[in-house]
Design a protein around this ligand. Structure first.
Ligand SMILES: [Zn+2]
Length: 258
């Protein structure tokens, strides 16, 4: 392992418009699913890796992201925790720019490899998909900054198109926010017994909840404006996490294999 990747405790998966990593030292990480570029820095005396989910200048669309390589890379560098940022549309009228700490998800994706286990049967338990320890650390960080946030259920769609009005009416029966990138990474993290939690930022109202047309620009713009704030919340969250994990995430695979 090269020096930059030594003693990394936490990985941050950055979403759309998350550019805070650009000054950090970069290093390729090889995985069985392909290579990715990972960025390394120190936040509050802890070594942190940043993986830009959409990778580099070309912006890989949500249905083509190499989720397995991204999560495998976290495992390969020895980090045990993932703090993810995801932009979401609100189905509950959350204000644009506010935050949602995800508590559960519903998977409407269709064509994404969502397991590391194609050659044996592994039924991983997802009764608590998002790590309770990281969620607590996120909530404390948001409260310290006096930022408004809620907790909620995430519906993940395949994309890259936005949803229809009828789809939002259906999904809003079961979930609070909708996005395209949170699944399968939450599942893949669980398969490797990693802790994973997500800070979702509301970038727009879901289709049919406003009279305005949805545009990709507004998503980037909202996250761009919130950039410093997101980075500070993540930094405080990193600081809030104790070195040893006492959650059950590390036992996720117990009893999962046939
Ligand atoms: Zn955990």
């Amino acid at each position: 392992m090269e020096k930059a990747a030594e003693n990394v405790e936490i990985a941050v998966l950055g979403g759309v418009g998350f550019n805070s990593y650009r000054e950090f030292e970069s290093q390729p990480v090889h995985t069985p699913y392909g290579g990715i570029t990972t960025y390394f820095t120190t936040i509050r005396r802890k070594r942190v890796a940043v993986i830009p989910r959409h990778a580099g200048e070309n912006h890989i669309p949500p249905h083509r992201i190499n989720y397995r390589a991204n999560i495998w890379a976290v495992h390969a560098i020895g980090a045990k925790r993932i703090i993810s940022t995801n932009s979401v549309g609100s189905m509950r009228g959350h204000p644009v720019g506010s935050f949602v700490v995800l508590g559960d998800f519903i998977d409407f994706t269709r064509n994404r490899p969502s397991t590391f286990y194609d050659d044996k049967t592994v039924h991983v338990d997802l009764s608590e998909p998002y790590c309770p320890e990281i969620r607590t650390a996120l909530r404390c960080a948001l409260e310290k900054k006096g930022l408004s946030y809620t907790e909620g259920i995430y519906a993940c769609t395949e994309g890259p198109r936005f949803e229809t009005r009828a789809e939002i009416r259906m999904m809003s029966q079961f979930a609070d926010v909708v996005g395209m990138t949170g699944v399968p990474e939450v599942i893949l993290a669980k398969e490797l017994s990693l802790c994973y939690a997500s800070l979702a930022i509301v970038t727009n109202q879901a289709c049919g909840l406003t009279t305005q047309k949805l545009t990709a620009d507004e998503v980037t713009e909202v996250v761009g404006k919130a950039q410093d704030s997101i980075f500070e919340i993540i930094s405080d969250t990193v600081e809030n996490l104790k070195e040893a994990r006492s959650c059950r995430c590390r036992f996720a695979k117990e009893g999962a294999c046939l």
